[in-house]
Design a protein around this ligand. Structure first.
Ligand code: CTP
Length: 401
């Protein structure tokens, strides 16, 4: 989620229409309107009749600083041409988008101001569904959402959790901060549009017996942040992830794996791609044999024979049609020397290095990018910001079509 300081002026000069449907989540849209105003956007709120039953128009008028429109027949609004003038916005965000509103939009209906201006628009439309979980999973809603996606509408969420009706499931509207960040992302440059990126993240787990294994404390956060940054940059992203407790970023396809061997299989299954980013902390060794049953203690010293795992990154980089490969080097000392030698040995155009004390498991990181032009240190920052810089850097190095 974007922090509030990050959103200030992010949409300066943009005209945004915020459409409010008739759902209880409309109360959260007041906060969304406040955040959108912070982005510097000119925010115009359009409410459906049902939306007005949940939150009064005075609330949105005060927050947005603009008159709130509700009706096609409102003569005050835009000389009776509100559906045309409002439709000439830079984006329309409908939040909450109820099942009924989604159905009407999917069928191109124009029976109130909001649906009419969505039909008359010449700008991107984003919707944030909010409804009971049964309504969300109903085949009619599934069809309508698929139709809208096919028409190029961005569907944000919904989230899973406790619902106003007391049930728990999928259908909650995404939080205002997440919706605001998604709208900002929609305007971000897309340097990886049309490119496929495969990313490994997290630790591997090398089984010793059915209940034990060898692993490491990688949180997966850096790899997940890179996956989210690549998706924001417009890439088609496959994230091959070891066991971690992180939500899958929006518009990212995740393949869950455990061992280095299963990670390797999933990576090769996801290729070909234009870019491969190996962020995973892959175990270099695995037990030579996995005991079929739990090993019982004997009081004696125990020997564990370890054999080398394949080096996934080196194998991918050695392919005839190798993607643009980015490696990570987490070192305890001599970062420059080890990172450069990894870049050379694995024949990588780009390596991201960090000292383990700086990055492993935490929320911030300090990294240095190494490429043919030399070393490029980045300032210490949250992993999300670092990921955006890394993705910008690799996008600049990619061969043009
Ligand atoms: N890597 C990989 N497969 C492995 C080991 C590493 O894909 N079996 C990738 C990592 O994801 C990372 C890079 O290679 O991008 C560097 O990993 P690291 O383990 O630090 O390097 P090694 O080459 O294994 O060297 P060493 O462990 O000796 O430092």
């Amino acid at each position: 989620m974007t922090g509030e300081t990050n959103i200030i002026n992010a949409l300066h000069g943009k005209k945004i229409v915020l459409g409010i449907g008739g759902g209880i989540a409309a109360y959260k849209s007041a906060e969304l309107a406040r955040l959108l105003v912070k982005t510097g956007a000119d925010v115009h709120v359009v409410m459906t009749e049902a939306g007005e039953r949940f939150v009064g128009r005075a609330t949105f008028q005060a927050l947005s600083g603009n008159p709130v429109c509700t009706s096609l027949w409102d003569e005050q609004a835009n000389k009776g041409m509100a559906h045309i003038t409002l439709g000439r916005a830079d984006a329309i965000l409908v939040a909450p988008a109820t099942a009924n509103l989604i159905a009407r939009l999917a069928h191109g209906m124009a029976d109130d101001l909001l649906s009419t201006l969505c039909l008359a628009r010449d700008c991107p439309l984003l919707i944030a569904p909010a409804m009971n979980r049964q309504m969300w999973s109903h085949p009619a809603t599934r069809r309508n959402v698929a139709t809208l996606e096919g028409d190029g509408v961005s569907v944000l969420g919904p989230d899973t959790g406790e619902q106003a009706c007391g049930e728990i499931g999928e259908g909650r509207m995404l939080e205002p901060g997440i919706l605001c960040a998604a709208l900002i992302d929609a305007f971000a440059p897309k340097p990886l549009a049309g490119r496929k990126v495969v990313i490994t993240a997290g630790p591997t787990f090398e089984a010793i017996d059915p209940v034990r294994g060898l692993t490491n404390p990688s949180s997966g956060r850096m790899g997940y942040a890179i996956a989210a940054a690549c998706a924001r940059a417009g890439a088609d992203v496959v994230l091959v992830s070891g066991p971690v407790a992180l939500p899958t970023p929006p518009r990212v396809r995740k393949v869950g794996v455990t061992s280095a061997l299963s990670m390797r299989e999933a990576v090769f299954g996801a290729l070909p791609a234009e870019v491969f980013v190996a962020v995973a902390a892959v175990a270099d060794y695995r037990p030579a044999t996995v005991a079929a049953h739990k090993i019982k203690k004997s009081g004696e010293a125990m020997k564990l024979e370890l054999i080398p795992n394949p080096d996934i990154l080196a194998e991918v980089a050695a392919l005839e049609n190798a993607p643009f490969c980015v490696g990570f080097a987490a070192e305890s000392h001599d970062l420059d020397a080890y990172a450069e030698s990894k870049r050379r040995d694995k024949r990588l155009p780009m390596v991201v290095g960090n000292l383990v004390a700086d990055g492993l498991g935490g929320g911030d990181n300090t990294v240095v990018i190494y490429d043919d032009a030399g070393r490029h240190p980045l300032p210490r920052a949250p992993k999300g910001a670092i990921a955006d810089w890394i993705v910008d850097h690799l996008a600049r190095l990619l061969p043009r079509d």
